[in-house]
Design a protein around this ligand. Sequence first.
Ligand code: NAP
Length: 670
Amino acid sequence: MLEPQSYVAGAWVPPDTAAREVLSPVTGAPMGRAGSAPPDPAHLLAHAHAAGAALRGMGFHDRARLLKALAQYLDARKDTLYALNPHTGATRKDGAFDIDGGIGTLFVFASKGRREMPDGDVYLDGGIEALSRGGSFLGQHIAVPKRGVAVQINAFNFPVWGMLEKLAPAILAGVPAIVKPATQTAFLTEACVRLIVESGLLPEGAVQLIVGSPGGLISALGPQDTVSFTGSAQTALTLRSMPELVASGAVFIAEQDSLNAAILGPDAAPGSAEFGLFISEAAREITTKAGQKCTAIRRMIVPEHHTGAVIEALSAKLAPLIPGDPAAEATRLGALVSPAQRADVVAQCGRLAGEAREVFRGDSGGFGEETGFLPPTLLHCADPDGARDVHRIEAFGPVATVMGYRDTSHAAELANRGGGSLVTSLFSADPAVARLITLESAAWHGRIYINNAESAREATGHGAPLPHMIHGGPGRAGGGEELGGVRGVLHYMQRTAVQGPPGMLTAITGQWVPGSAEDVKEPHPFRLHFEDIAIGHTLRTPAREVTLADIEQFAEFTGDTFYAHMDEAAAAANPFFPGRVAHGYLLLSFAAGLFVQPDPGPVLANTGLNALRFEQPVSPGDRLWVRLTAKRKTRRTEEYGEVAWHATLYNQGDARVAEYELLTMVAHAA
Ligand code: NAP
C-alpha cells in the first residue's frame, strides 16, 4: 500500500482518519491512502521562517551550489522514483519528463544562479540610474529575498517536476517552500521530498510537505508570502478569490489549464518536411503522459484544404499506439492518472460532441472503464468560427480537435480563441508566416514554438517547458509566469528602488559604483590574490603620449587603415572626429600596457570585457592614463575567482575617452 506522509516541522506524519483512498490507474483497485488532519498553520509557518533566515544567511551562489548538490543527489537515487512512477499511470518515457526533467531543472537553476546572479546577497536589476547632474545621487533597482514562505500547490500530472520547477527558484531566491502536491500522486512527490530531507543539504524547514488538505494555511498567509498554484482554472478561481488571501497581500501566481494550439503553416503541404514534423509532434503530444500535459496540443489548426490529409496521416500515426501496462518496457501509451480522471475526460469529450465529430479512436487495449486507460481520440470541428466549446473545454487526456483555417490571419485568430494559453506552435518554413502569426497571437500565448526542417533535429518539443524560457500564459492559462531563468527567481524576491549617494550604493550592493571612494594604495592590485582584493582598490596609472607614429604603426600592423586614422582631410570631414584619431583598440592595448603587472602573479588571465564605450576621440599628441578599480568579485573554482574591474581611460584634461568592465581570473592564496 502506498501511504505517503506529510513532512511538517521536521516530523513525518502518516495518513490518519482524514486520508483518502487512492485507486490504481492500472487496475482500478485501491493502491493506497493519502492525507492527514491539516497541520497547524502557525507551526508550519514558524518552522519555515526559521529556515528562511538560514537560507538568507547564504548568498545566491551558495544556494546555487546547494541546488547542484541536490540535483546530483537525486540523480544518483532516481531509481527510487522511477520504481513508483508506473503507479501514476506513466510509462518510463513519460516518467523521464517528470523525474529527469525535474532534476534537470534543478541543474539549470544551479547553473544560472552562478552565471547570472551575483556572488552575494543583493540582486541588481538593471544598471545605475543617473539621477543628478553631478553624480552624487544615483538610483539602483535591487531585489532581495522576501521574508515569507512559498506555498506551492501542484497538479497531479508532474509529481516530481511540478515540485522541483518551483522549489529551485524559491530556494535560489532564499525562500523556504511548503509543498502541497495533488493527493492522487502525492506518493511520488513524498518519495522525492524524503530524498531531499535525507540528503541533509538544505536547511531543515526549507521544504515541508502537506499530503492532503492544507487546512487554514492559505488563510494564514501574509504580505511576504507567495502562493504558486498549478492546476485547474476552477481551483485557481476558488483559491485566488478567498477573501483572507486577497486581504493578506500575499502574491498568487496561477498556472492553469489552457487550450493550446498547433498551427500547420500554409506552406506546409502534405509531403513537406514541416507536414511530417507536425504529424509527429501532434501524435507525441496526444499520447505523452496520456495527454495529461498542461501544454499538450488540444487544437490543431490546419489549412482547410489539408484537413483530410492531416486526419488521415495522424490517424495512421496514432493507430499503433495501444494503451498498455505503464511498467512494461515496450508500452508507449500509459494510463490516465486514475479511473476518475478517465471518467472526466470521457465526460468532456461528450460535451465537445456537439461541435466536433469523432474521426478517429484508437484500440482500447481491452481495458475497461474501471481503469485509467483510454485510447487516443481525434475530433474534427467543421465550424471553428461558430464553435465555442472546442476553444474552451479541456479534455485532459489523449484527445485533440482538428480544425481548418482559411488564411494565416484566420489561423492566428483561431489560436487566440483559446482566451489565453501556455503555448502555440507553428510548423512552417516561411519567415513571413512566422512573423505574422507571432505578432497577431503573441499577446495571447505565453510561448510560441516554431519548428521546421532547419531546427527539427534539435527542437525541444511543443510540450516541454524549459527552465530557461518562461512557462505560463495570459488569461485562461492563469496569467502566471514561471521558470524563465532568473525571471522565475524574482517571483520570490522584492524589487526595491534604492536612491542615494554612490558610496551608499556600493556598500549596499557589494559592487563598486562610480563616484564612490577609490582606495588608491600599494601594492598594485594585480599583485594580490583573490581574497585580498578589496572592492574599491584602485590603480591610477601614469600617462603615456599617443603619437601619429603609434597610430600608423598600429594601422599597418593590424591592417585597420580606416580613413579616420589615416587621412586627415577625410577624418576632419567626419562629424565624429577633429582630424586623424587613434584606433579605439589601440587605446585599449595601451591601457593594458599601462595597468599590466608583467611578472607571473595571481592574475591568471584576462577573460573579456563588458560594456565598452569609446566616448571621446584621441588625437596624436594626447596623453592617455587609466583608472582601474576593483568592482565585483565572484568565486569560481577552488583555484581562482573572477574579478571585474571598472576601467576608465582619460586624456590629459581628465576627460573620459573610454570606459569598460574588464574581467580577470585571479588565483586564490595557496
Ligand atoms: P486541481 O484539481 O485544480 O488540483 C490542483 C491542486 O490544487 C491539487 O494539489 C489539489 O489538491 C489542490 N486543491 C484543490 N482544491 C484545493 C483547495 N480548496 N485548497 C487548496 N488546494 C486545493 O487540478 P488537477 O486535477 O490536479 O490537475 C489537472 C489540471 O491542472 C489540468 O486542468 C491541467 O491543465 C492543469 N495543469 C496546469 C499546468 C500549468 O503549468 N499551467 C501544469 C499541470 C497541470 P488535491 O489533489 O488534494 O485536491
